[in-house]
Ligand binder design. Structure first.
Ligand code: NAP
Length: 455
């Protein structure tokens, strides 16, 4: 496997990197274990201070870190800066709340005696991360585990090696202890070997269902705790009482940000039949505003896909969707001819269960649209999916929105706002979208030893 950065807009190769050798890997695992053993005897405060220094390093060098995202995976430079800011916010959240979250909790209401629940690390955590948010996804795992004293070993997506190294550099520049965070360019076999190592006590994977099944199987075989953050087919519900223009603007943004490569992107619009024609017209008016261009150009509104292979895969999926009976309501479904990984936005309708692609995640700027004649039908369409990641509901009647939100089988739902992760709120999925939670108080306990001392 080759860790190679290729600019997805120009198609030009930037740089390749050597894989770690088995010997180096052993030494890095020893180093991580050494950090773990020392960290369990040191204060949480010390680590929260380091996290703030890491956040300062990222914040003070936003432009440098942001440009790497644009050149490695094609993110628009404005969105890349937002990702740097979000990464900083995740670090600051755990820096601010880490001591409180790990403070021993008294449990006095026992049938006999009293208890104090203590929190500590469990060992090395392996993070296997995707390219779509190359810093933010890593920080979601790193910050809470670092505060716990769990060393994190990162296996990043092979197309964003410079982003992986930049994260490592930020840790080093912030003076984090050796072994606290270790990026490795490893093969899949080496990843299996790491999971087999008894010092490795946790595996966090964010990525596709295929990778999730593989990594979870390895973890299960070794009785290693795992969390999986996988894909979704999230709905964006537009009820009959909305301001159609405003909802269409958010709907387009929720589908086309990051060239549609967001796990919680609005992949299925469900629109009240009464406003369907007006909404569709407004949505088309929004989609035409997105133009493919150089992600480093401030004026570009649509990024390329992350790689030529992502472009090829999405093109094949779209062809199958159309062959299965879907209609193209907006856009040109023929392959993009440029040298980069551009993909034209599409709006498709007419998907039903007979379409072989009905439940597949389309990871790019391709939306599906459905009509619903009642709130019950909204819920039925939304839940007719093996995924359960997120969703959004637009309505002037927030109470009506909350009732629908409660019935949608996903890990999170927003009302009148685009779904986006926040430090303070747990994030994760149900069904085939995975298990476990990242961020907030819940995220720090995934790889913690939650230990009552009863007396
Ligand atoms: P991917 O192909 O599954 O890759 C994710 C990571 O898993 C990469 O580091 C990849 O390494 C690694 N990997 C894949 N197969 C592996 C194996 N057999 N052994 C060890 N490592 C393996 O996913 P992606 O295309 O990068 O990311 C897109 C997917 O992630 C989408 O489905 C998206 O919805 C999902 N996602 C979910 C969330 C969430 O929070 N729920 C957030 C972001 C993205 P290589 O690059 O070397 O193959």
């Amino acid at each position: 496997m080759s860790y190679t950065a290729v600019n997805p807009y120009t198609g030009q190769k930037i740089r390749s990197f050597e894989n770690v050798t088995d010997q180096q890997l052993e030494m890095l695992l020893d180093q991580a274990q050494d950090f773990y053993e020392k960290a369990q005897r040191r204060s949480v405060e010390e680590r929260t201070e380091f996290l703030n220094e890491f956040a300062d390093e990222f914040e003070n060098n936003t432009e440098k870190y942001a440009r790497i995202l644009s050149t490695n995976m094609g993110k628009l430079i404005s969105e890349a800066r937002q990702e740097v800011a979000k990464t900083v916010s995740f670090a600051r959240y755990y820096a601010k709340n880490g001591v409180r979250l790990l403070k021993p909790q008294p449990y006095n209401d026992l049938s006999s005696g009293q208890a104090q629940v203590e929190f500590s690390g469990i060992g090395i955590v392996l993070a296997v991360e995707p390219w779509n948010f190359p810093y933010a996804q890593v920080m979601r795992v790193f910050a809470p585990n670092f505060v716990l004293g769990d060393p994190v070993i990162l296996k990043h997506a092979s197309i964003v090696p410079e982003a992986a190294l930049a994260f490592q550099e930020a840790c080093d520049n912030a003076g984090l202890p050796l072994g606290a965070f270790t990026n490795i360019f490893a093969s899949y076999d080496q990843i299996d070997h790491i999971i087999e190592d008894p010092r490795v006590q946790g595996v966090a994977l964010t990525g596709s269902e295929g990778a999730g099944r593989k990594i979870a199987a390895s973890a299960g075989k070794n009785l290693t705790k795992s969390t999986l953050e996988l894909g979704g087919t999230d709905v964006f519900v537009v009820l009959d009482d909305v301001d159609v223009g405003a909802a269409a603007k958010d709907a387009a943004k929720a589908r086309l940000t990051n060239a549609g490569q967001v796990c919680t992107a609005a992949k299925r619009y469900i629109v009240s039949a009464e406003i369907y024609p007006d909404f569709l017209a407004a949505l088309r008016d929004e989609f035409v505003k997105y133009h493919l261009g150089d992600p480093l150009d401030e004026k570009t509104t649509l990024a390329p896909l992350s790689s030529k292979s992502a472009q090829k895969q999405l093109q094949e999926q779209v062809e199958k969707v159309i062959a299965g009976g879907a209609k193209v309501l907006f856009g040109d479904p023929t392959p993009n001819k440029g040298k980069g990984a551009g993909f034209s936005p599409l709006i498709l309708s007419g998907m039903d269960e007979s379409n072989l692609m009905y439940e597949e995640e389309l990871f790019g700027p391709v939306a599906q649209i459905y009509q619903a004649h009642s709130d019950n039908e909204v819920v039925k369409i939304a839940n007719n999916s093996r995924h359960g990641l997120g969703g959004a509901i637009y309505t002037k009647d927030v109470e009506r929105g909350k009732k629908i939100a409660s019935r949608i089988e996903t890990g999170q739902v927003t009302i009148n706002q685009i779904l986006s992760s926040q430090s303070e709120v747990p994030f994760g999925g149900v069904k085939d979208s995975g298990y476990g939670r990242e961020l907030s108080d819940w995220g720090i306990y995934e790889f913690a030893n939650i230990k009552p001392v009863i007396y």
